[in-house]
Design a binder for this molecule. Sequence first.
Ligand code: UGA
Length: 434
Amino acid sequence: MMKVAIVGTGYVGLPTGVGLAELGNKVVCVDKIEDKINRLNRGELTLYEDGLEELFKKNVAAGMLSFTTDMETAVKDADIVMLAVGTPPHPLTKEADLKYIYAAAAELAPFLTGYTVVATKSTVPVGTGDEVEEIVRKNNSKADFDVVSLPEFLREGFAIHDFFNPDRIVIGAESDKARNMLLELYRPFAGKCEFLCVKRRSSETIKYASNAFLAMKIHYINEMADFCEKSGADIREVAKGMGLDSRIGKKFLNPGPGYGGSCFPKDTNAMAQMGKKYGTRLNLIETTIAENDARKARMGQRVIETIREHPEGKIAVLGLAFKGGTDDCRESPAIDIIKEMIRHSRNIRVYDPKALANAKAILNNTVSYAESVEEACKDAEVAVILTEWEDFRHLDLARLKKIMRCPKIVDMRNMLCGEEVVAAGFDYQCIGRK
Ligand code: UGA
């Protein structure tokens, strides 16, 4: 059993804390936001993740997991302190803004006792480990510590699943002592996944290079989908045919409205900036960023086109989260598409099974909000699926046909069976086939 402190209780920190407690470690999570910690201490989760609640409650009850706003309480006995604070894009430069990382490093340093590994879980630019090391040293000249890069590969919505089923664990450590401590922490996964011990700078790069590659893969399949729409091919068949080549792989070949979320947009931008900083232009990544932005605007226009004859007609939006399984709307393609549509229509009614509250905070009163698919679609001219929630796979088409003003569906996640939708009397558009 190890004592682990986790700084930051967001989408990375909280699931990681719960997962490490479940593996038998004593975990203290610390966050500056008092309200968050109060809620967690009352047994209330502050974000939605499949499977998180049960493990959270179990480990709190067992005394393996606790929450505090006090850095000293969290850090003083810890063997490992993990930094899991945000690294949002800088509004002007789009580089990763490291102010929370630096502040956390300075704040925790005075409370380190005995040998401690300070591991960076947040996604940070190459060389950040060196800076964290310097900050800790400056704030505690006697501290016995090593700074390690420990990138996180969890997907939102699958964080608990991914925590317990990692493809690889990457440890970027410059000292044997730190490396061995992390190998020990993750020993329960020995034999189940690859362990990769690398230089700290390589580890920091692996995280960005992986996210940028996945973003490019999605951009590529979206481009192929556009091509299929024009050429008469079917992207489902094309993606399947490509994915069967194990060098390409089946995953991340689903075309859609463009990628979003709190990671791909931020990390591709940060990587492009890093390329400029080091004087090596990352053209593929730069093109991916620009094309993904353009795609979202185009998708908004595609919907507007469907109401050309009735510009006052109501648009029903199904799905606001950046993908299914999460309530997160940060950089959600749905939000950008809605913003594009708002330029042409003030009659938009939106629904999402989990993300309504987060979407409201962004869209305010520019759209109206529905509590169900049916409420969103009533009297609508067109219904648009923007997030792949399982519920949307089983829409009651007969009922929708009755309540919509016009039976039209634009399915930007290719969730529905086109033949069935057309047979039910709808005009149906999807991505990557006619
Ligand atoms: C992503 C990575 O997948 C994780 O490995 C990584 O740890 C995480 O970022 C992070 O850096 O923290 P996440 O942002 O949760 O995870 O979301 P993804 O499941 O990767 O989806 C990102 C976006 O791509 C979503 O908008 C999704 O709808 C879109 N996408 C994904 C597609 O359009 N097509 C696909 O085939 C796959």
